[in-house]
Design a protein around this ligand. Structure first.
Ligand code: GUN
Length: 292
């Protein structure tokens, strides 16, 4: 078993991004600029957004955060999105999800200029991804592709089983792994909460991508010996053992699955760190006008 070390790989890629950001600054006189909008005070969202902002500073990007109370109206939020769309100094705009119930996330996502949609959630970017055209790939799937690349894992011809069909991870991941690309060229099974015989399906996987949001959901009896296991789960539980007051668990029962796998990502220290790298790479690509 070999660990897919998100800490090591993300640090390496960030060094490269920082060099490229510095080159961009020398050429253009400005830094790549990411703007985040955060509504409310969900603990998970707070942590993720703080980490995104901190990492921007680390690689020499400019970052701005706009915070709103849960009481913000949809109209106010859409107005802010339009204002940021029109600001030539901004390269990337993300609106952290989930949003409060009275705000339609689809409306907000579609209001973001696709050219600044560094989360890759806009239908234009998702449509371009389906057609293998230049686009922003959603940050977590992009981070997983970068991780597979970093370890020179050739996925051609493999059977990839994705568990979970979210718009953010499972859906796009299934498309990416089936594309004519490397990583890619897999036969893909996309499983979800209504899948019959889930265990039998997951057992077919040469690569298993677990993105269901349930602690230790993938157990050793569901995993073929030698499988590559990618754990996207970030399940937070309160804990007295840590300084932060909570502990993170993956979707995979790491302790029992790891000995059966050929490669596996830990939680924390795996996919989560690569997600940030995916977002930073998209922001740099936007600043350099590489996609549009
Ligand atoms: N909520 C959970 N993951 C994400 C993400 O990658 N981007 C945004 N905007 N919200 C999220």
């Amino acid at each position: 078993m070999q660990l897919l070390d998100g800490k090591y790989v993300s640090e390496q890629v960030k060094v490269q991004i920082a060099e490229e950001a510095s080159q961009f600054l020398a050429e253009s006189g400005r830094k790549p600029h990411l703007v985040a909008i955060l509504v409310g005070n969900d603990g998970g969202s707070e942590t993720y957004v703080a980490s995104k902002m901190k990492n921007c500073e680390k690689v020499g990007f400019k970052s701005s955060l706009y915070r709103y109370d849960n009481s913000v109206t949809e109209a106010e939020l859409l107005e802010k999105v339009r204002e940021i769309n029109a600001d030539a100094d901004v390269d990337g705009l993300i609106v952290q999800l989930p949003l409060p119930k009275h705000i339609d996330p689809e409306k907000v996502t579609e209001a973001i200029d696709p050219k600044k949609d560094v989360d890759g959630f806009h239908p234009i970017n998702l449509g371009r991804m389906m057609r293998n055209l230049p686009c922003y790939i959603p940050a977590t799937p992009y981070g997983i592709l970068l991780m597979l690349q970093a370890y020179n894992i050739d996925t051609t011809g493999m059977h990839c089983v994705v568990v979970g069909r979210s718009n953010i991870v499972g859906g796009p991941m299934s498309v990416l792994m089936a594309r004519n690309a490397n990583p890619g060229n897999c036969t893909v099974t996309l499983t979800h909460s209504k899948t019959k015989d889930l265990k039998e399906q997951v057992l077919q996987g040469d690569i298993i991508i677990a993105a269901i949001g349930k602690k230790n959901f993938i157990t050793a009896d569901m995993v073929k010996t030698g499988a590559i296991v990618i754990d996207v789960g970030i399940n937070r539980e309160t804990s007295t053992e840590t300084k932060s007051g909570f502990k993170l668990y993956g979707d995979v029962d790491f302790e029992n699955v790891a000995p059966k796998s050929s490669f596996i990502t830990p939680v924390p220290g795996g996919v989560g760190l690569m997600t940030i790298v995916g977002l930073l790479k998209n922001t740099l690509a936007s600043a350099r006008k590489e996609i549009y």
